[in-house]
Design a protein around this ligand. Structure first.
Ligand SMILES: Cc1ncc(COP(=O)(O)O)c(C=O)c1O
Length: 374
């Protein structure tokens, strides 16, 4: 199977993040790609058109610029979609068929589980959930007919780090896809470790400003790239030009934002680890994702001022949520169910001291109310 040639350039990640996918516009020299808000392209004669620009579901220059950028940052060829879940669906579509077996992580984004359990299983896909931090357990569930091992690292919401190379060593005949949404290519580039696909919800850190829903699938294989492009056009879950522009703009500050997110998370973790009633504090050591458990999780989440109580993550502003009641309702009652006392934080890039003070006031107010009630 033919593969993308390795990139000869040696620029550091920060440099690549700023320049990725930016080629000055040939018409006017604009440094930033235009938003090609069009559904179609004029043809001088029937069937004659520039590149693959005949209809905007098939191709759009703003989308092509974003795809070039995402490919450069992850080290593969990127195909974008209208959401992270649409990108996941495309990877499953190009790798699996009726009767295929998929291995999922036992801790995972609820929507991924729902896609397999409620949609793809109706088309004859079987799946097993396994704790992928236990490589021996993973080895036991990989079968001859396992077509795809789906990895999240860190996982959502429990933030387990998975040994991606360990998974590859145990894949047998299966392809490996990594959902890199929580890590981002600033911290982890799974294609360089040998996986077949990287997937992102670009809604999150890549867009970075909570103003877009989008997704991407990236591969080094030219064959799978062609198949993903085919599904992108045939299914039609394509991102709009403005959304592509916004994600591309977000990428240019990804490295700076990820450092700031990590600074905020480190400060918050220090507070949480020293707070009574808080236990099982988790942070992968990078990114802004933190989780902890607290007997009155819902009350804490309702009392913060700077941490907005909302689903999603990865934007510049801090968010707090209770996964069991919010993002992970679809895994309730399954082997991937999350504990009800779990709180998930997406630490933003505000002043870390202000974030700590906000959480502290929520935790103190909670303690006072609990004591008053006892
Ligand atoms: C880890 C992860 N993967 C995929 C998705 C799905 O992305 P989207 O909401 O853009 O469809 C999410 C959404 O929260 C997520 O957290």
């Amino acid at each position: 199977m033919s593969e993308l040639e390795p990139d000869a350039r040696q620029d550091a990640f920060a440099t690549r993040a700023v320049h990725a996918g930016l080629t000055p516009d040939p018409s006017f020299g604009s440094v930033i790609p235009a938003i090609h808000q069009t559904s179609t392209y004029a043809q001088p004669r029937p069937g004659e058109f520039a590149g693959d620009y005949d209809y905007a579901r098939s191709a759009n220059p703003t989308r092509a610029a974003l795809e070039a950028a995402l490919g450069e940052l992850e080290g593969g060829r990127a195909v974008t979609f209208a959401s992270g879940l649409a990108a996941e669906h495309a990877v499953i579509t190009v790798t699996c068929e009726t009767g295929s077996h998929v291995v999922l992580p036992a801790d995972l984004y609820g929507g991924t589980y729902r896609l397999l359990d409620k949609v793809m299983s109706r088309w004859g896909l079987a799946y097993d959930l396994v704790d992928q931090t236990d490589l021996a357990a993973l080895e036991r569930v990989v079968r001859d007919d396992t077509r795809l091992i789906w990895v999240e690292s860190p996982t959502n919401p429990l933030l387990h780090a998975v040994d991606i190379e360990g998974v590859i060593a145990r894949r047998q005949n299966a392809l490996v896809a990594v959902d890199n949404t929580f890590a981002t290519p600033a911290n982890q580039r799974p294609l360089e470790l040998g996986v077949d696909f990287v997937v992102h919800s670009t809604t999150k850190y890549l867009g970075g400003h909570s103003d877009v829903v989008g997704g991407v699938a990236i591969t080094r294989s030219n064959d799978f790239y062609d198949r993903l492009r085919f599904v992108q056009n045939a299914v039609g879950a394509v991102p709009g030009p403005l959304d592509c522009f916004l994600v591309h703009r977000g990428l240019r500050t990804l490295h700076l934002r990820m450092e700031a997110h990590a600074r905020s998370a480190a400060a918050v973790v220090e507070l949480l680890r020293a707070t009574p009633d808080v236990h099982d504090v988790r942070w992968p050591g990078f990114s802004g994702m933190v989780s902890f458990r607290h007997p009155r999780a819902g009350d804490i989440a309702a009392r913060t001022r700077l941490f907005t109580l909302a689903e999603s993550l990865g934007g510049v502003e801090s968010l707090i949520e209770v996964p069991q009641a919010m993002t992970h309702q679809s895994v309730e009652g399954s082997a991937a169910a999350v504990p009800p006392d779990l709180v998930r934080l997406s630490c933003g890039i505000e002043d870390p001291g202000d974030l700590v003070a906000d959480l502290q006031q929520a935790l103190v107010a909670d303690l006072q109310q609990a004591l008053a009630g006892s």
